[in-house]
Design a protein around this ligand. Structure first.
Ligand code: NAD
Ligand code: MG
Length: 401
């Protein structure tokens, strides 16, 4: 029997469809119309791109968080003679999309804390979550993992490193049996665009330079996070939640070629790695098809052309954000929530040229040292910590500007 005759088509909601991950997801889906059907697409305010995506993929629903943009989209769809797509607006509609009966898989590709509520909803509803939105796990790891367990959801990491780790883990790793012999996660980092820069050079870097990543083409927020190495810090916390690993068993390895996407080290001396060209369509296709495999459109890896792979330790002096993230993970409670919120505010200020690059870490450090930590086991506690951290970060930025 053919595959299409045996398996039913999976309905997909792509939250953050107009972003870098959202667009890559649609490219993979376009290769497999017999396997996946787009049910819902969402964007914040990019009307033109969401319109094009709607015309091409014919979802049942299109959500624009911004109300005016939603009105424009509805008008533009009508002009195109397209009346069957329901256009919704507002952040709450994202949760409704994550909960739809006909949605099997939710691609969580919104950037930042704005992705939390819909990711939690997908978990509660027992969906397969394709998790790109690492911030939701960083800010409320306990809550999200708990919702996944209770809802019977599947959480598949899209972040290339975590997807690699997932692939290198033994099949039964969820049982946390010591006999599995997992010693350490080796989380690879490209080092970002400023890896070779001195402390002096880092003083003057601009948003444009920070957003020019050597190996990956990504949204602006994660590009800045890569440049400060906060992205790796958030990923250490993400890995800790996903794979139940304490901070001391997660080691960052700078690997500028971005060919090995991470490794798992075992007690018998084996180290398993996942390799591939740096292209997010690979982890996206992996998570869509898991436990099977499917084409992603990514070229086969030419190891002869690459020739050489190199590894170095991370430098916490030039990249203090990584140290702040490790500290927050060790402190636990609301520390990662505070770290994430202060980082979002500081990165936005840097992108608007209201904060110097190196002051991103200064702001986060300040906010973490000022706020008292609370237990992070209720949504109210997480939201309160997030709000307090944003307020304090903004205040600190105004004194530095
Ligand atoms: P992006 O900026 O390119 O896209 C973000 C998407 O979220 C857009 O569709 C935008 O409309 C939507 N959005 C923005 N603000 C919103 C809000 N307040 N409410 C609702 N929707 C909103 O970002 P990206 O690079 O695609 O990254 C998305 C997520 O995936 C991030 O959490 C990032 O850390 C993670 N990620 C990205 C990559 C990558 O290669 N781009 C790799 C690993 C992980
Ligand atoms: Mg990553």
């Amino acid at each position: 029997m053919t595959e299409s005759a045996t398996s039913h088509i999976k309905g997909i909601a792509i939250l953050g469809a107009t972003g870098s991950i959202g667009q890559s997801t649609l490219e993979v889906i376009a290769l497999h119309p017999q396997k996946y059907k787009v049910i819902a697409l969402s964007a914040y305010s990019n009307v033109e791109l969401l319109l094009q995506q709607c015309l091409r993929f014919q979802p049942e629903y299109a959500v624009m968080v911004d109300k005016k943009s939603a009105q424009q989209l509805e008008k533009r769809l009508a002009e195109e003679g397209e009346y069957t797509i329901h256009v919704l607006s507002g952040a709450k509609s994202l949760n409704d999309m994550a909960a739809l009966e006909q949605v099997d898989y939710v691609m969580a590709a919104i950037v930042g804390a704005a992705g939390l509520a819909s990711t939690l909803k997908a978990a509660e509803k027992g969906k397969r979550i394709l998790l790109a939105n690492k911030e939701s796990l960083v800010m409320s790891g306990a809550l999200l993992m708990d919702a996944v367990d209770k809802g019977g959801a599947e959480l598949l990491p899209i972040d290339s490193e975590h997807n690699a780790i997932f692939q290198c883990m033994p099949e039964l790793w969820k049982n946390r049996d010591e006999q599995l012999g997992i010693e350490k996660i080796l989380l690879t980092a490209s080092g970002g665009p400023f890896w070779e820069y001195s402390l002096e050079q880092l003083k003057y870097v601009t948003p444009e330079q920070a957003c020019k990543h050597p190996n990956w083409n990504m949204g602006r927020k994660i590009s800045v996070d890569s440049a400060t190495m906060m992205n790796k810090g958030l990923e250490v916390i993400e890995a800790s939640w996903l794979f139940s690993m304490p901070a001391e068993h997660i080691e960052v390895v700078v690997h500028p070629q971005s060919i090995i996407h991470s490794m798992v080290s075992y007690s018998d001396g084996s180290v398993l790695a996942q390799l591939g060209n740096p292209d997010m369509r690979t982890p996206i296709a992996h998570a869509l098809a898991w436990p099977e495999r499917t084409r992603s459109g990514v070229d086969a890896l030419d190891i002869f052309a690459i020739g050489k792979l190199t590894f170095q330790a991370a430098d916490l002096q030039r990249f203090p954000c990584l140290r702040l993230a490790y500290d927050a993970l060790r402190s636990g409670k609301t520390a990662p929530t505070i770290l994430n919120a202060a980082n979002e505010v500081a990165v936005a200020a840097f992108l608007q040229q209201q904060l110097a690059f190196q002051d991103i870490a200064v702001v986060i450090d300040f906010v973490l040292s000022e706020l008292n930590l609370q237990d992070a086991n209720t949504l109210d506690a997480v939201i309160a910590a997030d709000k307090a951290a944003r307020f304090l970060a903004q205040q600190k930025i105004s004194t530095l500007h």
